[in-house]
Design a protein around this ligand. Sequence first.
Ligand code: 6R9
Length: 665
Amino acid sequence: MSTLTNGSGPVPADAFVHPSKPHLEGDDGISAFENYKRLHEQSIKNPQEFWGSLARDLLTWSRDFDIVRRGSLERGDLSWFLGGELNACYNCVDRHAFATPDKVALIYEADEPEHGRVLTYDDLLREVCQLSYVLKDMGVKKGDTVAIYMPMVPEAIIALLACVRIGAVHSVIFAGFSSDSLRDRINDAKCKVVLTSNESKRGGKTHAIKHIVDKALVECPVVTGVLVFKRTESEVQWIAGRDHWWQDVVKKWPAYIAPERMNAEDPLFLLYTSGSTGKPKGVLHSTGGYLVGAAATGKYVFDIHDGDSFFCGGDIGWITGHTYVVYAPLLLGVSTVIFEGSPMYPNPSRYWDIIDKHDVTHFYVAPTALRLLKKSGDQHVTGERAHLRVLGSVGEPIAPEVWKWYFEVVGKGQAQIVDAHRAAQTYWQTETGSHVIAPLAGATPTKPGAASFPFFGIEPAILDAATGEEIDGANVEGVLAFKQAWPSMARTVWGAHDRYMDTYLRPFKGYYYTGDGASRDKDGFYWIGGRMDDIINVSGHRISTAEIEAALIEDFTVAEAAVVAVQDEITGQASVAFLTLKDHRAVTPEIRDELILQVRRTIGPFAAPRRIYVVDDLPKTRSGKIMRRVLRKILAGEQDQLGDTSTLSDPTVVERIIAAVQAGP
Ligand code: 6R9
């Protein structure tokens, strides 16, 4: 039985609907919004039936599940679709390769606009199978972890799919991370094999990424093999026996290997994300639940239809790239664009050129890119964008004027974005796996800047941060939590379940805590504020200030460090570091450069502080806690609103810090 009714009877999962007509719009005069409300209510009141039917509609199971959901948020022991067996790669590739082999699966748009290639589902199946053999030959077994440190090339997507085909757990590490960060993530997950390329290309620049892998692996005793995709002609340092050229080995293997049967709760992948204590967390997603979330949000939030061409600008190093470059579009059997380059290269029309070239129907990107493009000028928004139907943004709050520009300037031309409801702001996290608060394209109303309404199965609550009490009603503000589990929520932090409990499930008993502030307005729309913890969001990259501080303190000149966020026109937020140096030494331009380099080396270039202020002391309480609030206020020029500074061990430090900020970094 299907729970997805349109009021007069079940809607067959794959009934043909004209693309401009949303999946949720019935033929009986009931609006898509009414349908959304009814389905949302069903999903909350009867999650077992709702998700059971959706999971069977959207995925192909080699064994049906016995039970939809077990466990509770309180105990942190949730599991979904138990007894069910399925393979993620089979669902993303095989079933489409069998039904529609010639359909385009991957559209590779290389850094150089004239390069690229297209892979059909048939091609994809062949390439994934060959790589699966290679991984097995390199000793990878079901349940092993594999590190992927690659640029945005089709082989990166093939790598993810080959891992899950043989039951291995992929751990993608963003190729902008430093060798130290890469080393720590490889060691934490005990990866045996690393997949990389000799070099990467982005924005016309070449980066020696194999070199970074080599440096990391000096301290990774478990790694026995490295597979190197040849992206450029450059030679690289080689360790015989350990390193293999991708292109040389894949061709030795047959074009088909059977997918491994996996239990619904078997791990699918790990993805490391910043935690507020500094040590990155390996967020673990499981097979059945994650795939249901990806497919369901692809279908209902983005309203993906057969024949669509989906373009998500996120890198596979982040969750956005996992769920909306790879899993959601492939599960739904449409084409997905793999973009290797940058939106500004060779000029600020690059995105619009890609959209025209590949008849893109969906475009999904972070506000930071939109701010940059808006600033470059409307004259660069060229082309017709004739097939564009849905616009999405993700990763950070979007200012209403940027959202309006997106809808009005990008969404016009020949585009079919007939109403603002097709420009969606989506809120979610690495840990939620897929969208949790987002409008459903064409079905639910939007307001510029609002995340709007909960997705199916999500029961949001606004809590008082101090008391944990739920705040009901309209026009309320607090911290955002969820009252019910949903299929694609992370199951644990790799090797640290207690940390998972402490971060998400123990702060407010019986709730999943997001770590974000939020408000609910008079119309029931949710608005996301900022992080409640010390995590900053630079161009959509989540970085913990503690991690940057730890990197700075590693430098022998630094005594203490405090990092805080400031607002930035393009990147959303940027980090600013306040430091005291050992022996009260004076700062020189060389020391400053070295400190920036230190962060780039330890975490990655994207984490480097925007400004560094060297001061003689930091504002600390008598118990030694740094009062970052004081630093934030000073940076914002709000020194008249510092609040109570009487608890500072030395209140005179404030004046000296104000002077240092006014004098400039
Ligand atoms: C998907 C993703 C998650 C954090 C999240 C929040 C911020 C994401 C947002 C948003 C405001 C939105 N965030 N979407 N803030 N509006 N639409 O970005 O995952 O990298 O784990 O970051 O990003 O603070 O908690 P991730």
